[in-house]
Write a protein that binds this ligand. Sequence first.
Ligand code: CMX
Length: 435
Amino acid sequence: RSALKERLAQLIPKEIENVKAARIEHGKKSFGPVTVDQLYGGMRGLPALIWEGSVLDADEGIRFRGLTIPECQELLPKAPGGNEPLPEALFWLLVTGEVPTQEQVTDLSKDWAARAEIPSFVEEILDRCPPTLHPMSQFSLAVTALNHNSAFAAAYQKGIKKADYWEPTFEDTMDLIAKLPNIAGRIYRNVYGKGKVPAIDVNKDYSANLSTLLGFGDNEAFVELMRLYITIHSDHEGGNVSAHTGKLVGSALSDPFLAFAASLNGLAGPLHGLANQEVLLWLTKMADAIGVDATDEQVKQYAWDTLKSGKVVPGYGHAVLRKTDPRYTAQREFALKHLPEDKMFKLVGQIYNIVPNILLEAGKAKNPWPNVDAHSGVLLTHYGMKEMNFYTVLFGVSRAFGVGAALIWDRALGAPLERPKSYSTESIKKMFAGK
Ligand code: CMX
């Protein structure tokens, strides 16, 4: 057993008791009324899910098990000589609620490196995809196919007891996360003609290996960026499309590969994870149209033209957040430290000073501030990863950490099949007739 699984086995009985006690004390309490508008309005603000790994505050942003992003940067173990938290440490935190030791983190790096290989038939599936098939579709195909070797699916067929579901779910989640660098690396190299995927180095951390497989392993700043990137993109509580989809599909006892592939299909939408691709497309078109040294007036005009043509300004707005996303701020600080003179970074900063006022003036968006996707693309571009269609794959690699941790806890706590009630407009009219 790995050190993480050992710790989890100790924590689960306590947490089952904790949940029992919370339900006895609070189970019959109400969150307040549900309005018909919430049913039509994408369930905004509707309290509906339990998600243990993180909670999102509209003003303050995300907290992973109670820790803000700057607190994670301070408290989580780092690579020798590195400044950013290791995603291994973040995963440990999401799963256990505890900050791991350096040794525990090294144990996870080694465990993931040992599990990193992907079956040859999955390699073949990826090799046969036309390069024109979007990298996110390829990613989802490969993750779905990993279900071939699912420990959970096999154990379920053998009649595993409900109390033991978490164990094969844990194994599948560890395999899933471990195999993503090989999948992402292969997609990147196949689609953009970057040669063969090199081998994993069992003595390196997850982000170093991911960077190597992508072809950027020699650049220590890129590796540091990956550590920060995975950490901040990992989890954003349970209601966002990718997280909720994974939880929903997992609730049918579909194994973690099937559940996470569903998450990826949601992440591939332009209002969610694909926004990081859309942002770079928007920035590139803007730079082509008005130059990277454009005046504020030109940027303003360009943003207005986008809105007037009926499009959204990608990277701005959020369904829950009402302030600048701390994930945006963390990336901005990284850029200020590593690439302060980068022209596209400066353009992103200029847009930050201009777009919120325009969105306020336009008067529709409830949140005029930037989200995580407004910044990630320029950092990747700076280090030479210019293929914007690929960007959401990196978001997907990161999101496996949060969805995986949640799947483990859902099975450990015996989360039931999700089945909310739906209504037709006709039934709502009848229900409230004369009221
Ligand atoms: N540009 C233009 N219009 C925007 C806008 C933006 N950035 N953000 C919101 N609006 C508009 C909405 O389209 C909506 O218009 P309609 O009433 O005509 O439909 C109106 O403002 C109200 O929307 P809202 O309540 O503020 O926002 P939602 O909760 O419905 O949607 C989000 C949130 C993120 C989809 C939206 O802000 C958006 O489309 N942003 C651009 C895409 C983006 O950056 N997505 C990434 C989010 C982070 C992530 O998941 O990765």
